[in-house]
Write a protein that binds this ligand. Structure first.
Ligand code: 5GP
Length: 211
């Protein structure tokens, strides 16, 4: 039973270094046939191994700003000196096809989505401890000390906003975190509000039996 044929929008946030990307990959390995990942656009430089169109669409600042003017983002923000945004057209298209769309975005962007998409669900991935997060940020070895410090400060502020999310999932192990997200998606589908059209039909049948 489903409210309508529109898919579910799932917003995942969490501080830099918490392992969101790894959890998301584990989630897609297990549930990939049901889920669509919304590839973001960014002005940040690609990291080693990142693939255009798969990890991000990498664009110039000018191109990004042009798209802001044209209203082409569901949400966007500046994060540690670079723009990041969710292209609107693909999200709408996939939701209309009944697909579950996963956004992996930071908290400012999630706030914008909350205002626009009332039916979305919001999941915050948290580290077991702050010491654990700091260690993970440092060991990645891809950023300068200054950027790591900035990302850590931003992470501390983000942790303070986790209460705005529907769910908090602690990334103690990747498997556990992915398991919990799958359970969340499953129970969201069973909510009465999302089952209402199927329920109406059932009720009609039940009433006819009764008459
Ligand atoms: P990174 O540079 O580590 O790939 O991403 C930095 C932060 O930007 C992460 O918290 C990531 O989730 C977030 N991010 C990635 N894409 C988007 C997006 O489209 N919009 C917003 N608001 N944040 C994003």
């Amino acid at each position: 039973m489903k409210l309508d044929n529109r898919g579910l929008l799932i917003v995942i946030s969490g501080p830099s270094g918490v392992g969101k990307g790894t959890v998301r990959k584990a989630l897609f390995e297990r549930k990939g046939h049901d889920l669509v990942y919304s590839v973001s656009m960014t002005t940040r430089q690609p990291r080693a191994g990142e693939v255009e169109g798969k990890d991000y669409y990498f664009v110039s600042k000018e191109e990004f700003e042009e798209r802001i003017k044209e209203g082409k983002f569901l949400e966007y923000t500046k994060f540690v000196g670079n723009y990041y945004g969710t292209p609107l057209d693909r999200v709408e298209e996939q939701l209309d096809l009944g697909k579950e769309v996963v956004l992996e975005i930071e908290v400012e962007g999630a706030k914008q989505v909350r205002k626009k998409m009332k039916d979305a669900i919001f999941i915050f991935i948290a580290p077991p401890t702050m010491a654990d997060l700091k260690a993970r940020l440092t060991s990645r070895g891809t950023e300068s000390e200054e950027i790591i410090k900035e990302r850590y400060q931003k992470a501390c502020r983000e942790i303070g906003l986790a209460y705005l999310y529907n769910y908090i999932v602690v990334n103690d192990t990747v498997e556990n975190a992915a398991d919990k997200i799958i359970a969340i998606i499953r129970s969201e589908h069973a909510r009465t509000i999302r089952s209402i059209s199927g329920y109406k039909k059932l009720l009609e049948e039940a009433n006819n039996e009764h008459d």
